[in-house]
Design a protein around this ligand. Structure first.
Ligand SMILES: Nc1ncnc2c1ncn2[C@@H]1O[C@H](COP(=O)(O)OP(=O)(O)OP(=O)(O)O)[C@@H](O)[C@H]1O
Ligand SMILES: [Mg+2]
Length: 341
């Protein structure tokens, strides 16, 4: 097949806020992905999505069999839906989230509303656009997160607050810095897992994120400081201890419980081909869904500790096999659609 790889490549020597390009991929990551697509027997062309690509896609339409989409899109609350929407309009098959799924998973509030409707457990929350809003219905400690980000962007250690004054302060700061609503969530401090689903229902070995070697100043959560500083690949190599464990050390009963809520979530958000779903246990030990990553990280190098590839390797899949499975899942859907026409 002729595959068009739509992506968002980190500009070289990018300057600005430290987390501004947190969600973009390096050239190396995209090259690894392109090589994996090729090694599955396909032709590949890379397109870095920097602006409007509609004309380009339209002019190439006859020569594209599939878009492999990992682009973050352009700007705004629906950015991850940019390429899916174009492909839907132009009727070009593509991998991963539909525009509906991309919009509803990038929006943490919408995701949780959908989960609530389906009776899938998720921490109690409120969507907030003003620091003066009355949040007395929520129990401290509370975590303040930007509504439309990923990669722990905007989720700093100080965003976990224990009193009303700090809550107001962090809400104000986050809204001003990220220019978007925030979501205020009750903090549940049980074990944390992240679960990768491939195709329609293949669950890869569960990844656990351990917080047991954090210094006292850092709260037990995957904040920006923890994910990108304390548990950075360099720091893990230096300390010789990897807090990202796969497969997680859990009994079968818990494994089944987690897998059940994860699959229900995958279905509720109508995910396709691949996704990584974050789970944390509440005080009763029940798995709660934190969020859905319908465009999961996919760094090949095991040193990078990218969670979905890590789960694939624990399943004895090569990187090439993982990417092949995603492509095959998209092809299967494409064929089903054609049959139903
Ligand atoms: N309600 C909560 N209770 C406890 N911990 C939470 C809660 N919400 C988020 N966290 C912690 O903060 C981390 C980041 O939150 P979340 O997964 O929502 O952000 P993200 O930036 O979208 O992450 P990703 O890197 O997966 O895209 C979680 O992995 C978890 O450790
Ligand atoms: Mg997450």
């Amino acid at each position: 097949m002729r595959i068009f790889l739509t992506c968002s490549i980190k500009p070289e020597g990018a300057k600005g806020e430290k987390d501004i390009y947190a969600e973009f991929d390096s050239k190396e990551t995209i090259d690894d992905l392109a090589d994996a697509i090729k090694s599955n027997g396909h032709e590949v062309e890379i397109l870095n999505v920097l602006g409007d690509i509609k004309d380009k896609l339209n002019s190439k339409k006859e020569n594209i069999d599939l878009v492999f989409n990992v682009a973050e899109g352009l700007v705004g609350e629906e950015r991850e839906a940019y390429v899916p929407k174009l492909c839907e309009e132009l009727k070009i098959p593509f991998t991963g989230a539909s525009s509906w799924t991309a919009i509803n998973t990038l929006n943490k509030g919408r995701t949780k509303e959908i989960l609530n409707k389906k009776g899938i457990p998720t921490p109690k929350f409120r969507v907030v656009s003003d620091s003066e809003e009355d949040l007395s219905g929520l129990k401290f400690p509370l975590l303040v997160k930007p509504m439309f980000e990923g990669s722990s962007k905007g989720i700093f250690n100080e965003n976990l607050v224990h009193d009303a004054d700090n809550l107001k302060k962090i809400i104000k700061k986050t809204i001003a810095r990220y220019n978007q609503k925030v979501i205020v969530e009750e903090f549940i401090d049980g074990r944390e897992f992240t679960v990768s689903v491939i195709g329609e229902k293949t669950i890869l070995p569960i990844v656990e994120i351990l917080f047991d070697d954090l210094p006292d100043r850092l709260y037990p959560m995957d904040s920006y400081e923890v994910k990108w500083e304390h548990d950075s690949p360099e720091s893990i190599e230096k300390k010789g201890y990897d807090p990202i464990v796969c497969p997680a050390n859990i009994d079968n009963k818990l494994k089944i419980k987690i897998e059940e809520v994860v699959l229900a979530t995958y279905k509720a958000l109508k995910c396709h081909d691949w996704s990584r779903i974050d789970v944390r246990l509440d005080a009763k030990g029940n798995p709660n869904i934190l969020e859905v990553n319908a465009l999961p990280g996919f760094m090949k190098n095991p040193k990078e500790n990218s969670r979905l590839p890590k789960a694939a390797y624990a399943n004895r899949w090569s990187y090439e096999r993982l990417i092949g499975e995603v492509i095959n899942s998209a092809i299967k859907r494409m064929l089903k659609l054609q049959e139903n026409k």
